[in-house]
Write a protein that binds this ligand. Structure first.
Ligand SMILES: [Ca+2]
Ligand SMILES: [Ca+2]
Ligand SMILES: [Ca+2]
Length: 539
């Protein structure tokens, strides 16, 4: 097939996908009402987004005039139980209140409010008021192939907002900001869909710029390929930051390196707390792009991203390479759903020293490599900064098609707590490379650099034990506290009643990032299904 023919075919499938998606999008109902006589806005359901048992209220707001600016003041709030369906959401992380669909003058609007600090009664400013119907493409985009779609092209050095009334199409590589200069913020509203059409269509947030992808539990942000059928339909999301990375000469005061797959782009710096923005309630679907053998774009590629970045309630599904790959950096992840990815669900190297808590990994029945593939640095496994993250409350469900639950190699450190590994084809746990073994110490006399505690393994072969290594992985696991091999009694990805996971964990002391848990795995119990509702179907 010629390139031209292939493009035409791609465009046809894109249009078909967009039309299908438009049909599903148009079917939403009002979530709020406005009474002009009393200047009151009524929200039958306002959810305070906080996981599987989010509280919800019937809330009313009065319009108040503050020096010529309209603000909304909370007038009443009564608890309600039923929070199914599309609803309004307050996100404590961003302090944003999202009104999904407010009828006004015969049209229906999305409103984004922001809590004004230290107000009592609570008062909100109005940040956005956007028609939920298509009103044409904004000046920063061009008309797309279907009615209601707009194309994003090239580099944006001004702040832009992607709204849900438009189907956004990435037209090639789309960059936010120039590298380290002309920085910009990309804001993505709840329920917004962004499509790439091929591997070369990807979204890249450069150093100094930000992404604010603020979905809600009932209106997640969706980044996807057009067909939503198979991995590799588009490139994926890349975020580059100023946190640390290794691989430089020891004499370099600041380490910056080119990205292996797109070598014209660089990342790294010395700001461990760097803030690249927010990813909340965001799906990244059917992404991944092999630029060269072993050099790919992943669903979510994090290049020296800093700890100031919020990554919480993010799903990466059916990527053609890894779900999330960290190249150095200090990003901290929470509530991750990594499903059906073709290589590893979580992959790191280059000195990642971040954290993760509440991670569900589910490998496809017929594809996938490792649940976690963990490196420090291939050609110099002891190089600093050394990869050494802390991972807590993970549930990893493998399949016979995959290899290990986790492979720790090339000098990485890690600290694993309260996690369960099941069903991986080769083994649950493997350690590789002399430097990795040496960094661990020896069973009974561990250094603290490579640890696992209060965790369960349940694979046909639990440990890859190799007699020529410094120690046996089984000895390493069995000599640390609270570890068990055996049936964790899972029902799908949730613990069944009576599961040993329900009480087998222990809280992480002295780190405010980690919520205190006394259970093993990503879910507290059978009722704690925080992965339900906002995710793309993966069962
Ligand atoms: Ca990768
Ligand atoms: Ca792999
Ligand atoms: Ca990989």
């Amino acid at each position: 097939m010629s390139h031209h023919q292939r493009s035409k075919t791609k465009l046809a499938t894109t249009i078909a996908g967009l039309l299908l998606s438009a049909a599903s999008l148009s079917a939403h109902a009002a979530t709020a009402s406005f009474d002009s006589a009393t200047a009151t806005i009524d929200l039958p359901v306002l959810e305070i987004a906080s996981g599987s048992n989010s509280p919800a209220f019937h809330a009313t707001f009065s319009l108040v005039n503050n020096a010529g600016t309209t603000e909304l003041q909370l007038a009443s709030a009564t608890p309600v139980d039923n929070i199914d369906g599309q609803r309004n959401t307050f996100d404590p992380t961003t302090q944003a209140l999202h009104i999904a669909a407010l009828p006004f003058n015969g049209q229906e609007y999305y409103a984004k409010l922001k809590l004004i600090p230290n107000t009592n009664p609570l008062r909100f400013s109005v940040e956005q008021f956007v028609n939920n119907a298509f009103e044409g493409c904004p000046s920063f985009a061009t008309a797309g192939p279907t009615s209601g779609s707009c194309l994003l092209t090239g580099t944006y050095t001004q702040d832009i907002t992607l709204t849900r009334n438009i189907q956004w199409i990435l037209n090639g590589a789309v960059f936010i900001g120039d590298d380290k200069t002309n920085s910009a913020t990309l804001t993505i509203n709840p329920g917004t869909e962004i499509f790439g059409q091929q591997g070369a269509d990807y979204l890249w947030i450069r150093r100094g710029s930000k992404i604010m992808s603020e979905g809600t539990p009932s209106d997640p942000v969706v980044m996807s390929g057009p067909e939503q059928l198979s991995p590799g339909e588009w490139g994926g999301l890349v975020i580059a930051g100023y946190s640390h990375v290794n691989g430089c000469n020891a004499s370099d005061t600041i380490c910056e390196v080119p990205f292996e797959a797109i070598t014209s782009e660089s990342y790294g710096g010395d700001n461990l707390a760097d803030n690249s923005g927010v990813l909340k309630y965001t799906q990244i679907l059917f992404a991944g792009f092999q630029v060269r053998p072993d050099e790919e774009l992943n669903g979510l590629t994090l290049l020296s991203v800093g700890s100031g970045t919020t990554i919480d309630y993010v799903q990466v599904h059916a990527g053609s390479d890894d779900g999330v790959e960290m190249f150095g950096g200090t990003p901290q992840l929470k509530h991750m759903v990594l499903t059906n990815n073709n290589d590893d669900s979580l992959d790191w190297g280059g000195g990642w020293t971040g954290k993760a808590q509440f991670v569900l990994i589910k490998q496809a029945a017929d594809d996938g490599d490792r649940g976690i593939e963990a490196d420090n640095f291939k050609s110099n496994p002891d190089i600093a900064p050394r990869s050494n993250p802390t991972l807590v409350n993970m549930t990893l469900l493998g399949s016979s098609a995959g290899s290990q639950g986790i492979l720790l190699r090339r000098g990485t450190g890690v600290s694993i707590h309260n996690s369960v590994f099941t069903g991986f084809g080769s083994s649950c746990l493997r350690i590789d490379g002399d430097a990795t073994y040496a960094f661990a110490g020896t069973p009974g006399n561990l250094s603290g650099g490579l640890t696992i505690e209060n965790s369960y393994v349940n694979c046909n072969t639990n440990f890859t034990d190799e007699a020529d290594k410094l120690f046996l992985v089984s000895d390493w696991f069995n000599t640390q506290p609270g570890n068990h091999a055996g049936d964790p009694q899972l029902n799908g990805y949730l613990p069944a009643a009576g599961s040993p996971l329900l009480t087998g964990g222990a809280p992480i002391q002295g780190d405010a990032f980690f919520e205190a848990t006394n259970y093993v795995g990503a879910f507290k119990d059978a009722n704690d299904d925080w992965a339900k509702g906002w995710t793309f179907p993966f069962q």
